[in-house]
Ligand binder design. Structure first.
Ligand code: FAD
Length: 385
C-alpha cells in the first residue's frame, strides 16, 4: 500500500526500521505498557535506539549534527513509528519540533548546548504554547515574562504539554508586552536551572507518554535564553506549524493504517454464516472505504511533506493533510472496531486502543475546525476565524 511513492532507498530504510519496530517496540506499547505510563529512563532508552534510524536528527542539517535525510523520507519513517505505537510517536514529534526550532531560531550558545542531546536521544524537550484559557487562539497567551535587568521573571500556567514529565527543557511562549501580535516571545527554560512544576494529565488515550500541566512561578531566566527575537514568537510559531501539522497528519495516517491492517487480518480469519466475514459484501465495502481513506490521507500527507522539502509554501496543503488524515483516522478506527464485532471493544484486540487514540489526534496542532478555517482563508482570502 503506497509503495509506488517510495524509492528503493526509502523502501530499504523503511523495511529495516519496520523490522526493528516489530521486534523491539510494538509489544512494549501494546502489551507491557498498554495505557500505562512509560518511565523516563525507559523512554530515553527507546529514543536512543530510534534516533539511530534518523528520527529527530533528520530535521537537522548535517552541519549541526543531523543525518541529512529528506523530509518526505522522515515522514515515512515517522508513519512507521505511529503504526507501531502512537504513544511513542509523541516524543519523536516533540523532540523533532524542538530540534528544528533550535536549529532555525536559537542563538548559537543555546543551539550548541541543547541540540546534541535531542539528536542523540539523551534529552527531551517540551513546547509550551497552550494554557487553560488559551487553545485555538494563540494571540491570547497570558503567561507573563517581566524584564528585570538582564533577566526575565516568568509567571503563568501551560497545559496539554507533551513530554512535560520527561522534559529537560521547555520552549515556552510568553507575553513580554501588550501588543497581542508583537509581544509574544519564546524562552528556553532549563528544568534544573529555571525550575518549573509538572503535573501529569490522564487522558482517554496516549497515556504511555507524558501530557502535562506546567506551572511557572517567579521563574528567573536570563534574557540570553530568548529563542528568536523578542516579540517574534507568534510569527515564528505560525511558520513552524506547517511542519508540525504534517507530523500530526502522519499520526492520523499511521493510526488509520494500523486500524485497516488489523481489520483486514480479522476479516480474513473470522467466520460467520459459513464463510470468512471478508466474503460478505458489506464488510468488503467497509474495508474498501477504509483503504481509500487511508490512501487519500497518505497522498495528502506525502504531498505536504514533499512541498516542505522543496521549500514551497504549504500552509493550505499541511492544513488539508492534518484535517483529512486525522478525521479519517477516527472514521477508519471506528470501522475497524465494527468489523471486530464484540471483540473490538475488548482489551484483547488492538482496535479499541486505536479508536481511543484516533479521537485524540484531530485536536493538537490546531483542531479540525482551525484547519478548515485555514483552508477556507487560503481559498477565499477572507478570514473566517
Ligand atoms: C494530547 C494533546 C497533546 C498536546 N500537546 C501540546 C503541546 O505539546 N504543546 C502545546 O502548547 N499544546 C498542546 N496541546 C494543546 C492543543 O494544541 C490544544 O488542545 C488545541 O489547540 C485546542 O485548544 P483547546 O483544547 O483549548 O480547545 P479550544 O480552542 O477551546 O476549542 C474548543 C472547540 O472550539 C472550536 N473552535 C475554537 N475556535 C474556533 C473558531 N474560531 N471557529 C470554530 N470553532 C472553533 C475548536 O475546534 C474545538 O472544537 C495538546 C493537546 C492534546 C489533546
Amino acid at each position: 500500500m503506497g509503495h509506488v511513492f517510495r524509492t528503493e532507498e526509502q523502501q530499504a530504510a523503511i523495511d529495516g526500521f519496520k523490522r526493528f519496530l516489530d521486534d523491539k517496540i510494538g509489544a512494549i506499547f501494546s502489551k507491557e505498557y498498554r495505557d500505562k505510563f512509560v518511565p523516563r529512563e525507559k523512554m530515553q532508552k527507546i529514543m536512543r535506539e530510534l534516533v539511530r534510524f534518523g528520527l529527530v536528527s533528520s530535521v537537522v542539517s548535517e552541519a549541526n549534527g543531523g543525518m541529512g535525510i529528506d523530509w518526505l523520507t522522515m515522514i515515512m519513517l515517522f508513519e512507521e513509528v505511529v503504526v507501531a505505537a502512537t504513544d511513542l510517536s509523541v516524543p519523536v514529534l516533540i523532540n523533532s519540533f524542538g530540534a528544528h526550532m533550535l536549529e532555525k531560531l536559537a542563538p548559537v550558545h543555546l543551539r550548541e548546548r541543547y541540540l546534541p542531546g535531542l539528536i542523540s536521544g539523551e534529552t527531551f524537550c517540551s513546547i509550551g504554547i497552550s494554557e487553560p484559557d488559551v487553545g485555538s487562539n494563540v494571540l491570547e497567551i497570558k503567561t507573563r515574562a517581566r524584564r528585570d535587568g538582564d533577566y526575565f521573571i516568568i509567571n503563568g500556567e501551560k497545559t496539554w504539554i507533551s513530554n512535560g514529565a520527561y522534559s529537560d527543557f521547555l520552549i515556552c511562549t510568553c507575553r513580554t508586552g501588550d501588543d497581542p501580535r508583537r509581544s509574544l516571545t519564546h524562552f528556553l527554560l532549563d528544568r534544573k536551572e529555571h525550575p518549573y512544576e509538572v503535573r501529569e494529565i490522564h487522558k482517554i488515550a496516549w497515556n504511555s507518554q507524558s501530557t502535562a500541566q506546567i506551572f511557572l512561578t517567579d521563574v528567573r531566566v536570563p534574557a540570553s535564553n530568548i529563542i528568536g527575537n523578542e516579540g517574534e514568537a507568534l510569527k515564528n510559531t505560525l511558520s513552524m506549524f506547517e511542519r508540525s501539522r504534517v507530523f500530526v497528519a502522519a499520526q492520523g495516517l499511521g493510526i488509520g493504517r494500523r486500524a485497516l491492517e488489523e481489520a483486514v487480518r480479522y476479516a480474513r480469519e473470522r467466520r460467520q454464516h459459513g464463510k470468512v466475514i471478508a466474503g460478505h459484501q458489506l464488510i468488503s465495502a467497509m474495508l474498501a472505504e477504509m483503504a481509500t481513506n487511508v490512501d487519500a490521507a497518505r497522498l495528502l500527507t506525502y504531498r505536504a511533506a514533499s512541498m516542505i522539502e522543496a521549500g514551497v509554501p504549504a500552509e493550505m496543503e499541511a492544513a488539508m493533510a492534518k484535517y483529512f488524515a486525522c478525521e479519517a483516522a477516527v472514521t477508519v478506527a471506528r470501522q475497524a472496531v465494527q468489523i471486530h464485532g464484540g471483540n473490538g471493544v475488548t482489551k484483547e484486540f488492538l482496535v479499541e486502543k486505536l479508536a481511543r487514540e484516533a479521537i485524540v489526534v484531530p485536536i493538537p496542532e490546531g483542531t479540525t475546525q482551525i484547519q478548515q478555517l485555514i483552508i477556507g482563508r487560503a481559498l477565499t482570502g477572507v478570514n473566517a476565524f
